[in-house]
Each structure stands twice: as structure tokens, then as C-alpha cells.
Design a binder for this molecule. Structure first.
Ligand SMILES: [Zn+2]
Length: 426
């Protein structure tokens, strides 16, 4: 689990001061900063990380002569399969001194990964995130409504006085609980909504179906799944406010945030981003010394805007025209809950799963397609079942299928969820 702001408050504060200043650097200042950060990181990796020691030796890569951005393509990219199978090799010999937090994700790909985040990268992530949210007008303590996977035991939603946040557990998203939450929202009148686009849209649809009004926030911050143009337009119209899209990942290898002027910026003081063939996004976090992921293949594609385009916000971070990927159907449970991207972490703990996919054929049965390796065993199956039932409940039959390849859609994409019972709400 990632650390919260209160576990590392001074580090976060220090980094926040940095990010506040850093956003208005000139292009050459940003590039100089990136080169310096990369030089430090690559030297550290070459000296202290077994995986990189071996890799650099094998490829004849010389850390002493490394100049920064221009030399990055001399290092091979890192794919999820290496992180999945060689996590110990990726851990620095001196990782302990940076603080070790094990985290896991299966993101949008259904590939469970375990990796380490150190204190510094976590403080940087929180600080950079707070800066991004500020572009949307958010500040800690402002009235907020947040939809996330909270795993509340006895509640669908809860108010947190300290953060001034009304939290709705998106695992419980169904019409009856949404209607109750909407009434609470209308009383609370939050300035901000945060969550997956699908979940926020569903609230509006449920309100419409019931013929009730829903309060309009000042802005909506979305993350966790691709915000298509259509979805954005729909959200902005439905809530009569501006939507700010945000992209990041647990592995901290990339970050993209939308500014006040509606442009998506690469967060270039948090990570070094590269766009390879067909728009493949590859990222390197500057700060995770306990487990450096260098040129990490993120699994999403982006389209960069014209490099000469300047944003009116005055920031010189490159502009992203479009983020492609992370789109899936949703699962409908027999008790009426609709689970979209929130499902993505349900298989985090299954050892031996290379990649996976949920196929829904009826409301009481889901096929789980699994591509596995030799380390998959009975306890992996139990962990999978437990993770899935935690979200889906016990009234759904899970049918594990071992396959050599996941199912693709006509578009060529391999989504984590495929619904065959009709996704009327998409
Ligand atoms: Zn901007």
C-alpha cells in the first residue's frame, strides 16, 4: 500500500515547494533538470541494482559516459514481464536506506505486478498530484466528493471530516445506493468530484432515470480510464462544469495532467517520458531509487501535440493531444451493481498470472481467462478467487479458463473486461 501524506508530511511539503516553483521553468531549464536527474539515476542503477549491473555489462553500456536524455535509447526498454518475474533483481542492494513499501497493481492489463516504491518517490507523487489538482482549482480541505474503491464494510459512502471529503465506495455502485449518495451530495454541495469517468457518469444517469437533480461541482477530476472525447463532452454537459483529466500509474513511471487551459501536459519534473513507435508511452521516474524502473513500457499509447505549440498557462511541459487505451466494458452483478475500471486491482495478488481478462456471459457467471506460467498453483487460484469475490460478491460463479492468448476485440484491443450481456450504459 502506498503511504499517505501523513506518514511522510515533511517530505511532501518540501517536494510541494519544489513543484510549485518548477512548473514555470523554461524549456532548457526543464531539459537540464531531466539530464541531471537521469545521470544520477542511471549511475545509481548501474552500481546498486543487480538487474541493471548485469544488463549494462552485457550490452557494454558505460554509465560514466552517459549524458542524459540523448543517451536514453542506448538502454533497452523494460517490460512488465521483467518486473513480474525479476522483481528481486530490480531491487537496489541499498534499497533499505530509501524506505521500502511494497505495492501491487494489475492496472488495465490484468497483469499482476509487485514492486517497491521508496519514500522519496511517494512524496514526489503526492506533491506532484496536489499541484496537478490545484490546476483544477482543488486544495486540501475543499469540499470534495470522491468515488473510489474504498472497501467500506457497512457503508456505501462515508464523510471524512478531516479531508472534508464525501467518499463513495465504487464497488457498491448501483442505482439504490447511488440515489442515496446523490441526496447526500445535494446536501453537501461539493466543489469537486473525483473518480473514474464511468462511475461519475453513472451517477448522473441514475439521477436522470429517477427524475432527480444532481448538484453541479466547480470541476471534475477524472482518472483511471481513458476519457474519450465523447465521454468528456457528456460529463461536462451533464454536470455543467469543466472536466480535468489526469493520468498516472502505481509504478510512478509517468504522469499526465490537464491544466487550466484544457491542455494535457506531460509532468516532466516528475518523470522522463518517451513516445516510441505507434505512440507507445515509455516512462522513467526520477525518484524511485529503491527500485528504479528505467524506460518502463506503460502499456498505453499517447499522441503528442506539435512541439512548437505553446500553452497559454505558461508551462513548458510538452502537450499531449490524446491518451489512447485503458478502456473496458463493465460487469453487471445480479444485485445491480456496475463495476468498470474499479475491477482492475482485483487480481493483484495472483502469483503466476501473466495476464488475465474477465468475460461476462450472464449476471451470475464470469469466465476468467488466464495466461499463466509454472509458478501458478492452488494458492494463486485461491488468491484470485478471493480478490474477485471481494469486489463481485459471493453470488457470482467464477469459471477459470487457462488460455494461451486473451480475447481481442474487433479493434485489436485486449480489454480487461468484455461484456456479452450488453453494456447499455457505455
Ligand atoms: Zn497548459
Amino acid at each position: 500500500m502506498e503511504k499517505s501524506i501523513f506518514q511522510i508530511p515533511f517530505k511532501v511539503l518540501k517536494r510541494y515547494r519544489f513543484y510549485k516553483r518548477s512548473q514555470f521553468r523554461t524549456k532548457s531549464q526543464i531539459e537540464y533538470f531531466q539530464d541531471e536527474q537521469l545521470k544520477k539515476l542511471i549511475c545509481h542503477a548501474g552500481r546498486n541494482v543487480p538487474y541493471y549491473r548485469k544488463l549494462f555489462k552485457k550490452t557494454g553500456f558505460n554509465i560514466e559516459g552517459f549524458r542524459g536524455r540523448v543517451d536514453m535509447d542506448k538502454i533497452p526498454t523494460l517490460d512488465k514481464e521483467v518486473v513480474r518475474t525479476q522483481q528481486k533483481e530490480l531491487l537496489a542492494d541499498n534499497a533499505g536506506k530509501f524506505g521500502i513499501t511494497w505495492d501491487s497493481t494489475s492496472g488495465s492489463t490484468g497483469t499482476p505486478l509487485h514492486f517497491v516504491l521508496d519514500d522519496n518517490v511517494q512524496a514526489n507523487k503526492i506533491a506532484a498530484l496536489l499541484r496537478s489538482y490545484k490546476w483544477a482549482g482543488y486544495k486540501l480541505g475543499k469540499k470534495t466528493f470522491s468515488l473510489q474503491s474504498y472497501y467500506f464494510q457497512d457503508h456505501d459512502y462515508k464523510y471524512n471530516r478531516f479531508y472534508n471529503i464525501l467518499r463513495f465506495d465504487s464497488n457498491k455502485l448501483k442505482k439504490s445506493s447511488a440515489i442515496k449518495a446523490i441526496k447526500e451530495i445535494n446536501r453537501f454541495k461539493p466543489e469537486f468530484f473525483m473518480g473514474f469517468p464511468f462511475d461519475i457518469l453513472m451517477l448522473r444517469r441514475f439521477a436522470e432515470e429517477e427524475g432527480i437533480e444532481i448538484h453541479s461541482p466547480r470541476s471534475i477530476v477524472t482518472y483511471g480510464e481513458t476519457l474519450s472525447k465523447k465521454k468528456r463532452e457528456f460529463l461536462e454537459k451533464a454536470y455543467n462544469c469543466k472536466v480535468f483529466d489526469f493520468f498516472s500509474l502505481h509504478e510512478c513511471a509517468a504522469m499526465i495532467s490537464e491544466c487550466e487551459h484544457g491542455n494535457l501536459h506531460l509532468i516532466e519534473d516528475f518523470a522522463f517520458h518517451e513516445v516510441l513507435e505507434e505512440g507507445k508511452l515509455v516512462g522513467t521516474s526520477f525518484y524511485n531509487y529503491a527500485m528504479p524502473l528505467i524506460r518502463y513500457e506503460i502499456g498505453d499509447n499517447i499522441v503528442l501535440d506539435n512541439v512548437s505549440k505553446k500553452c497559454e498557462c505558461g508551462r513548458n511541459f510538452r502537450i499531449v493531444k490524446e491518451i489512447v487505451g485503458k478502456q473496458c466494458d463493465y460487469i453487471e452483478t445480479s444485485d445491480g451493481r456496475l463495476l468498470g475500471s474499479v475491477m482492475s486491482h482485483s487480481i493483484d495478488n495472483a502469483k503466476g498470472v501473466i495476464c488475465s481478462q474477465c468475460i461476462q456471459n450472464s449476471t451470475d457467471r464470469i469466465d476468467i481467462n488466464l495466461v499463466i506460467d509454472d509458478s501458478f498453483n492452488e494458492s494463486s487460484r485461491i488468491a484470485l478467487e478471493k480478490g474477485l469475490k471481494k469486489r463481485l460478491g459471493n453470488n457470482i460463479e467464477l469459471n477459470f479458463k487457462f488460455v494461451s492468448q486473451l480475447e481481442k476485440k474487433a479493434s485489436g484491443k485486449t480489454p480487461f473486461i468484455i461484456s456479452r450481456i450488453g453494456n447499455e450504459y457505455l
